[in-house]
Ligand binder design. Structure first.
Ligand SMILES: [Mg+2]
Length: 301
């Protein structure tokens, strides 16, 4: 696998199954109910937690009808929270992106895995310097810690590693990271646990992909922040205080992050078929093979 290559849905699904032991364990309903859209799920819940990629947008393009559906759910009195595994954008940049796509989410309605991780940095390294795996345009201004960009060309002496983006990751940096961790064990925090993300051109390999590769090859286990891990859902529950978990629906396009995580958090789960990881394929066999069964399946948001 080269560092810029795209993955197929089959390859991504197989990889998620291979690393399943590192994901939360839970049980699932025996079958899913089909609904036309989220409007037909609304009577069963008081709040919707929405994945972004594959539910609201694909790359920089809004999914047809998603903006209107959010307005409709608001008119029905439903609470909305966006829960996204995104680690390279600051909160301000993420909000700006949603506005540009046509959505009206407020800062209080967005939980990004970057923020889930940022809030817990001090638990792992109260003092000291983080080496960030990220692109050269990424900023750390919103993160309350000493952080430098870490690459094979500039392998700073750091006390921990923070994996924010794989967009600029190269083989030399992965090799250097492996050697550095072998020399001295330090925390490796991954602020985007996704293996792939749907882009306009296909599925890109994300930080989770490389973190699992590193764990397989070196035994160095990362700490993950974001779906399907409990830390992300704890932050969502704080935003939706007073609403029982079973009256909250997690809406996503990915079985191993959105549906698995939502279920483990005690939420109802809704799989959107048409625009994300399973676009252009029949999701049925993937549900049967993984046993990750959503409560509802909708073709569109
Ligand atoms: Mg998604």
């Amino acid at each position: 696998m080269s560092y810029t290559s795209l993955m197929t849905t089959d390859a991504a699904f197989s990889r998620y199954e291979e690393i399943r032991r590192r994901l939360p364990q839970t049980t699932f309903p025996s079958r899913s109910q089909s609904r036309a859209s989220l409007a037909q799920v609304a009577d069963d819940v008081d709040a919707f937690v929405l994945d972004a990629f594959g539910v609201l947008n694909v790359g920089q393009t809004p999914i047809p009808g998603a903006v209107e559906r959010m307005a409709e759910l608001r008119r029905m009195g439903k609470k909305l929270v966006v829960l996204t595994n995104a680690a390279s954008d600051t909160r301000a940049a993420a909000l700006k992106k949603y506005r540009k796509l046509g959505f009206d989410f407020t800062a209080d309605e967005v939980v990004a895995s970057r923020d889930v991780c940022a809030a817990r940095l001090g638990d792992y390294l109260p003092l000291g310097r983080w080496g960030a795996l990220c692109t050269d345009v990424d900023t750390f201004a919103d993160l309350d810690a000493d952080i430098v960009r870490w690459t094979a060309a500039k392998p700073w002496d750091v006390d921990g590693f923070l994996f924010l983006s794989s967009a600029a990751l190269d083989a030399a940096t992965m090799t250097a990271l492996k050697a550095d961790l072998h020399r001295r064990t330090r925390p490796l925090l991954v602020a985007n646990p996704d293996i792939v993300a749907p882009r306009e051109t296909g599925l890109s390999c994300e930080p989770g992909y490389f973190a699992h590769l590193l764990a397989d090859e070196t035994g160095v286990e990362s700490v993950f922040f974001g779906k399907p891990f409990g830390n992300a859902f704890d932050d969502v529950k704080r935003r939706l205080q007073g609403i029982a978990p079973e009256r909250i629906a997690m809406v996503g396009d990915t079985l191993h992050t959105d549906i698995l995580g939502g279920r483990a958090a005690g939420f109802k789960t809704v799989l959107i078929e048409r625009f994300g990881l399973f676009s252009g394929t029949d999701v049925g066999p993937y549900i049967r093979l993984s046993g990750i069964v959503p409560d509802y399946i909708c073709p569109v948001t």
